[in-house]
Design a binder for this molecule. Sequence first.
Ligand code: MOS
Length: 745
Amino acid sequence: MEKIPQSVREPLHRVDSRLKVTGAARYSAEYPLPGLVYAALVTSTIAKGSIKSIDSKAAGNAPGVLAVISHKNTIRPPGYPADNEHPTEPSTRGQPLRVFYSNQIYFNGQPIAIVVADTFERATYAASLVKIEYSKDEHRTDFHANTGKAVLPESAKKNPRSALADYDRGAIDGYKHAAVKLEAEYEHPAEMHNPMELQAITVHWEAHNKLTLYDKVQGTQPTQQNFAREWKLPVENVKVIAPFVGGAFGNGLHNWPHETAAIIAAKMVKRPVKLMLTREQMFFMVGYRPRTWQKVGIGASVDGRIVGISHSSIGQTSSYEQFTESTLQQSRMMYTSPNVSTRYKILPLDVSTPIWMRGPGEATGAFALESAMDELAYLLKMDPLAFRLLNYTDADPEKKLPWSTKFLKECFEMGSKAIGWDKRKLEPGTLSDGHWKIGYGMGVGTFGANRGGAKVRAKLFANGSLVLQSAVTDIGPGTGTAMTQVAVDHTGISPNSITFQLGNSEFPQAGNQGGSSTVNSVGSAVIAACMALKKNLLALADKNIPEFKGLTLEQVIFEKDGIRLKDKDVGMSLSELMKKSGTADLDVIEEAKPGEERKSYSMYSYSVHFAEVHVHSITGMVKVKKVVTCADAGVILNKKTAGNQMIGGVTGGIGMALQEDAVMDHRFGRYITKDFADYHVPVHADVPDIEVFFADKPDYIVDPMGTKGIGEIAIIGVAPAITNAIFNATGKRIRKLPVTPDKLI
Ligand code: MOS
């Protein structure tokens, strides 16, 4: 039996909630530096071509304007490579678009000038006065008209073992020989990143070679390294500060042109510069979930055993950068199919580069796979849950390795019970309530239980308070809270005496907050740092408390802010111990890294989502009535913050299934959905009661806490759960997202 250590305890409240609700939390556009000036971007209104002329006279003469900077008069970051025509060597990681580098236009909405003024309003007004003449080239933005031009990504060409390369297990397209089979195409549009906090940066050149950025990013050190490289500065001369991030779902994993534009501006005007994108600009230049076309061929024997799955996918990218994501992973490992073929391609268009969006790739792929599973179950006249159970994998069929842990069956059980799956009818369109047709659907999700190396500093002060530091950011999940919990568990210090400081590139090493890996990575380093502290404390006890002489860590207990003997009621508070030993403070930095276990096990988190929807038979309106979401994410450190993650993911999935749709007018190659009036995301009225369940079983192979990662699996599989429920309600199979009412009447 697995032990279930955490499930009963009370979760910590968010450690930063007071700062957030009182407005004391400072975001990247909220640093009132002396001499601060404001910037606004001028962006292109054509999708491809070049700038013939820029008339910045009126803008330059407008009140309060300090500079109008474009390719005509800009300084060049010294790290920019010389050749701009075929950008193969990105100046920052994954950002080959060089700002104001030439007169070339690569996409509609590209930053082509930046105006700096003494107020935000004056900068914005002056930016509107810049007149541009273009020489237009014919652009290619229409995905459907160009699917024939899709290509294998360079990385897959170079490495045939890459997860993006063609994959075959068993016979190629083996599904074709199955007794019951189907082929279907699925598609979703581009989905735009729209976190609450707009992308913003405040730039301060503290000296000619010393740069401080208050930047909305998901990683302080990756950003530090990128801009150190771009400006040819020693890494330690670039400081990136991001202690609070107002939501980020992947677009802060990349650095974008507006950041470089603001750094150039600050350097040129010799003042700190603040640049915040407008909501409209968020739709054009900071990434999005790429429009993707997919085709699934799937077949099974008459008794429901899967014979083959073939899954191909084409995702859009830009003309200057190859964005790829892991769309087909779930099809390779989720079900016991002897024959699996996957084919991944990208389609370069004259658009800005896409980027990861929560459950990147996997959420896209799961929509196709989990829809196809539902379709095949219907053809087999099988319950879709029974069909999935029959084809459940107890080991990884792709890597041929055991799972570290997998408790998806337990999730199936909890979730199906809570949604009332037994009410579901096999035959669609059977249940109704007046004009409302009622249906139930499910969708499964998975995401790698990732972990990277990280370091944490732990400083125990003489008064017994503990400060922990990591460069990691918190984009919303409550990293400080979870890390405080880990420190409580491993030092016995009470949560009120612990402060977890983050979001500063000068703190010990951490990667991006992304890929559902922060708790696994940084939490492991917190444990390592706590362990080092405990060793130091035991050494102090050894010298200063006679009963502790010669003891090992196994013979003592750290609890209630103190240390005591395991078998006797002898102990001392940590502050007393420090005082007695004359120690001012203890200060350690420790590192934790994943090890060899990654070669012997396959590690994934899992989720299953069950949805009940009501579809109006006349208007086609869809109401998601209830969602039950269940996760196998290892041990749950904090039910409240983890539950928030699941609810947020389901909310995103509702948007993906029913609302989000970035519409482009191909005459101009420009998105015409550019605010929340046109581009819909779920509001409270769209979001039903969401019930969250966790398997809450530890996976000590992934990391010493037994956690596996939650952020992505919260959304992966939600959209198909909803569209499958719509099919069950109406008998209508909509394979093109979003499922708007017009598609149902
Ligand atoms: Mo996430 S798409 O790794 O922010």
